[in-house]
Design a protein. Structure first.
Lengths: 112, 114
């Protein structure tokens, strides 16, 4: 079974802090994704990566950056957290195009 | 741009009954994939069912089946013999062929009552 692990289940950070959300997958998948989930808006893609050191902007990249130094790890970075970034963040991975995505358990981030 | 619409924010069903969740989408593409994902309370999102647009036959996975109407751009999920464990948020999602970008609907919260 694919395992996608997000480093924290819950986080509380202060406005202006730099925040790192970590995601690790154990199935050697090429593709990794970061989404945010908000009530009434569904999931929206922030960034994705097809390979190490490679990144592509999703639909809502503003205020975020990512890092993929190793194949199994994909980090989402909030350079200066703001209250409108309070949300549930989901990491996902898949092996190839058009295949099933596997999700982490989510990180609920609150920015105060 | 592709969009996915789930018009039922919440639904409820009694155990052992059948429920249908609706989903419509908009695209000008001919080849694409459609998915239903389930997110149980405080648990990971998992795939329920997947449909390839070029296949006429509706996908089925045990108690879960879809009604795929390509011309109407409709992709509803039918859950038969509902169980308490089916209580979850259900997301419909679209993926264009030869891409990895999932476009999600806003979700339908399903509550199964005993």
């Amino acid at each position: 079974d694919v395992k996608v692990t997000q480093s924290s289940r819950y986080l509380v950070k202060r406005t202006g802090e730099k925040v790192f959300l970590e995601c690790v997958q154990d199935m050697d998948h090429e593709n990794m994704f970061w989404y945010r989930q908000d009530p009434g808006l569904g999931l929206r893609l922030i960034y994705f990566s097809y390979d190490v050191k490679m990144k592509e902007k999703g639909d809502i990249p503003e205020g975020y950056s990512v890092s993929r130094e190793k194949k199994e790890r994909f980090s989402l970075i909030l350079e200066s957290a703001s209250t409108n970034q309070t949300s549930m963040y989901l990491c996902a991975t898949d092996r190839n195009m058009n295949t099933e995505a596997f999700f982490g358990q989510g990180t609920r981030l609150t920015v105060v | 741009a592709q969009t996915v619409t789930q018009s039922q924010p919440e639904m409820s069903v009694q155990e052992a009954e059948t429920v249908t969740l609706s989903c419509t989408y908009d695209t000008s593409e001919n080849n694409y994939y459609l998915f239903w994902y389930k997110q149980p309370p405080s648990r990971q999102m998992i795939l329920v069912i997947r449909q390839e647009a070029y296949k006429q036959q509706n996908a089925t996975e045990n108690r879960f089946s879809v009604n795929f109407q390509k011309a109407a751009k409709s992709f509803s999920l039918k859950i038969s013999d509902s169980q308490l464990g089916d209580t979850a948020m259900y997301f419909c999602a679209f993926m264009q062929d030869n891409t990895d970008k999932l476009i999600f609907g806003t979700g339908t919260r399903l509550q199964v009552f005993p």
